[in-house]
Ligand binder design. Structure first.
Ligand code: ZN
Ligand code: ZN
Length: 154
């Protein structure tokens, strides 16, 4: 995982002005494993930085993505999620509760997908959708209810 200093260096290389808001975004993103959305970042920073804007959040994220420090995930059709873990891995999204989880993927698997596609791709994202363990359990218990009414003939 990268450090705030590395993040600052990459932003600078990308020609960005280093502001206290950008540093705060870096601090917040660095090392996060919960794939925050722009809304989450906005809400967490609003108290300390009342003038923070979505434009600043997105442009900072884009600069980090361009320099390879951040993955911008479009796994959710309503919002993007940010992942500071740039190492190859796939994502699972629960269709019921929206939970996002990582799963390991070998670099070789990703390369073989690119090979099969025969496209000159430089970015592969693997998204799986389904029910997480919690929601599956809930659905199973819900399936057992309501009790079937039994007609008893007198
Ligand atoms: Zn779920
Ligand atoms: Zn991830």
């Amino acid at each position: 995982m990268w450090t705030v200093e590395e993040g600052i260096a990459r932003l600078r290389e990308g020609g960005a002005k280093i502001t206290s808001q950008r540093i705060a975004i870096l601090r917040l993103l660095r090392g996060r494993t919960d794939h925050p959305s722009a809304d989450q970042i906005y809400n967490e920073l609003r108290e300390d930085f009342p003038t923070i804007s979505y434009a600043t959040i997105y442009s900072t994220a884009q600069l980090l993505a361009n320099s390879g420090l951040l993955q911008i995930l479009s796994i959710d059709d309503k919002r993007v999620h940010f992942d500071p873990n740039y190492k190859p891995h796939g994502h699972f999204r629960c269709r019921a509760c929206g939970a996002l989880a990582d799963f390991p993927i070998e670099k070789e698997t990703l390369s073989s997908i690119i090979q099969v596609s025969q496209f000159n791709a430089d970015n592969v994202q693997i998204f799986l959708y389904g029910l997480c363990d919690d929601c599956r359990k809930k659905e199973e218990t819900a399936g057992e209810l309501p009790n079937e009414e039994v007609c008893v003939e007198a």
